[in-house]
Design a protein around this ligand. Structure first.
Ligand code: HEM
Length: 497
């Protein structure tokens, strides 16, 4: 009798477990049929985790290039159970980034944020973003860029000295990624933190170590945040960047701000521009704009975000420019002709060099340093001209690399041809290295000025050459949204002597 009762209750438990598992499978399958039901193609999601794993095991550029080729300009993926839409259609990109910006005001999704990160421009949206963006935008006008040009010229001269040393070594071979990383750290340390670092020495100062930790980040942590549901990162309090190192930079900047307040002579750097910055406050309820300044804490956040957003992006651009010039000696010679006949140390002359501009643009097209950018829907939305509807909080990815390599957008997209930027302009929303719309990269002008100056200086003085180790079929670093080449080597040869 007892035996039969036990058997019955164990059967009941087993039945409950089976029903529960069946219900779970049904629920997951239903969630994962979201795109199929709307006729949107895409890679098959893995049970429960969706397409998150692919982000970890392959590089984002290659992954999206494959999806784009296979499924077309609109494809659906899943972050866990959450639908994620990927859009390469230029009309829809315009709608999302500009026309319906109010529906898509945020870029990378805000998750758990440490106090300094809370004011990062990249993370803000709505009125807070509007205010911060309008306070920071005047920092990058051409007048301000001209003022900072002298400071960057100093960094370029130091880079030239380091290259001279390098060219005297037997192999004169170097890792461009490492070299441009050092150069760019020097630029940002001088412009944002008034710091003189000995970047070309092998010993790292404590400040440099902190910079390195903040900019290198942790790819696994980043991808985790990028891919998993928001509640999980919030619950685990996983912030995007190493808090201890960010706090070190905060204390340094706060001390600098105090010091600057008591100084009569002004230094022409980004930090000073931020301290001096004034702009009409954006107040949706009032038509009377009042002048406000950035608070010290906001200046700290701006300096740190400029370091994070500007450091590896610009050095990646310079790395690819060297690679493409080394493999395309005819392009390099044409560039040499232009820059050797011009006073590249003059801001206006440099800005007017058409071939240099085309070389930089073609490098940004073929090897965009940032391979995707994102928006998040803050309301339910139906994509114009389609029957595709997305719920509030859906993330949208714009696959920059895939768009730049689409033969519908560029003839012979795999060929490196700077001329294509001289004789015609790209079709709207097909050239997106700095994103698009009101959230377009705020540091674009600074990055271009910096990259043009140092590249022109390099090409005037040295020939960039491949080594036997320079592969034509490079591998990329995984776990990053940057297009970082893996294990790249290059050689330089002085032009004179
Ligand atoms: C070649 C160099 C660079 C590239 C390729 C690049 C690319 C990008 C891209 C793709 C975005 C996203 C735009 C969007 O969502 O529409 C972005 C945003 C941003 N970038 Fe850059 N960037 C570069 C250099 C810099 C520099 C030098 C700085 C600062 C000094 C900077 C600061 C920022 C900031 C603060 C944002 C966020 C803007 C906002 O959300 O309002 N970037 N960048």
């Amino acid at each position: 009798m007892i035996g039969t009762t036990q058997l019955k209750s164990s059967h009941l438990i087993l039945l409950c477990i089976i029903i529960f598992i069946a219900f779970l499978i049904f629920l997951v399958k239903r969630k994962h049929s979201f795109w199929k039901c709307q006729g949107v193609k895409g890679p098959k999601p893995t049970f429960f985790i969706g397409n998150t794993l692919e982000n970890l095991v392959s590089h984002l550029a290659k992954l999206h290039d494959n999806y784009y080729r296979k499924y077309g300009k609109i494809y659906g993926t899943f972050d866990g159970l959450k639908p994620h839409l990927n859009i390469g259609d230029t009309e829809l990109i315009r709608d999302i980034c500009i026309k319906d910006f109010s529906v898509f005001p945020a870029s990378f999704h805000a998750i758990y944020l440490s106090p300094v990160e809370e004011n990062f421009l990249t993370k803000l949206y709505g009125p807070k973003w509007k205010r911060m963006r309008s306070l920071l935008s005047p920092t990058f006008t051409s007048g301000k860029m001209k003022k900072m040009f002298t400071l960057i010229k100093g960094c370029t001269q130091d880079a030239l000295k380091a290259l001279e040393k390098l060219s005297k070594t037997q192999s004169s071979s170097f890792d461009p990624r490492k070299f441009w990383g050092r150069y760019n750290m020097d630029v940002i340390a001088k412009c944002c933190f008034a710091a003189n670092l000995d970047v070309y020495s092998d010993e790292e100062s404590i400040l440099q170590q902190n910079f390195t930790k903040v900019v290198t980040g942790d790819p696994i942590r980043f991808l985790f945040i990028f891919s998993v549901p928001e509640w999980l990162t919030k619950a685990l309090k996983i912030s995007g960047f190493p808090v201890k190192n960010i706090e070190y930079l905060r204390d340094l900047t706060l001390a600098l701000i105090e010091k600057r307040k008591n100084r009569k002579d002004k230094v022409e750097d980004l930090l000073q521009i931020l301290i001096d910055s004034e702009s009409p406050e954006v107040d949706d309820d009032s038509k009377d704009a009042t002048k406000v300044r950035l608070t010290s804490e906001e200046i700290v956040s701006a300096s740190v975000v400029f370091l994070i957003a500007g450091f590896e992006t610009t050095s990646t651009l310079l790395t690819w420019a060297c690679y493409r010039l080394a493999l395309n000696q005819n392009v390099q010679e044409k560039l040499f002709e232009e820059v050797s006949a011009a006073d590249v140390q003059n801001y206006d002359v440099l800005s007017g060099l058409t071939y240099l501009d085309a070389v930089i643009n073609e490098t940004l097209r073929i090897d965009p340093p940032v391979v995707v950018f994102q928006r998040t829907a803050h309301e339910d939305y139906t994509l114009p001209g389609t029957n595709i509807s997305i719920p509030k909080n859906t993330r949208i990815t714009i696959p920059i690399h895939a768009i730049h390599h689409d033969p519908d957008n560029y003839n012979d997209p795999e060929e490196y041809k700077p001329e294509r930027f001289i004789y015609q302009s790209p079709k709207p929303f097909t050239f997106l290295p700095f994103g698009a719309g009101p959230r377009i990269c705020i540091g674009m002008r600074f990055a271009l000025m910096n990259a043009k100056l140092v590249l022109a200086t390099l090409v005037r003085n040295y020939k960039i050459l491949p080594t036997h180790e320079t592969s034509k079929d490079l591998k990329f670093e995984k776990g990053t949204i940057l297009l970082s080449p893996h294990n790249l080597k290059m050689r330089i040869q002085p032009r004179s002597g």
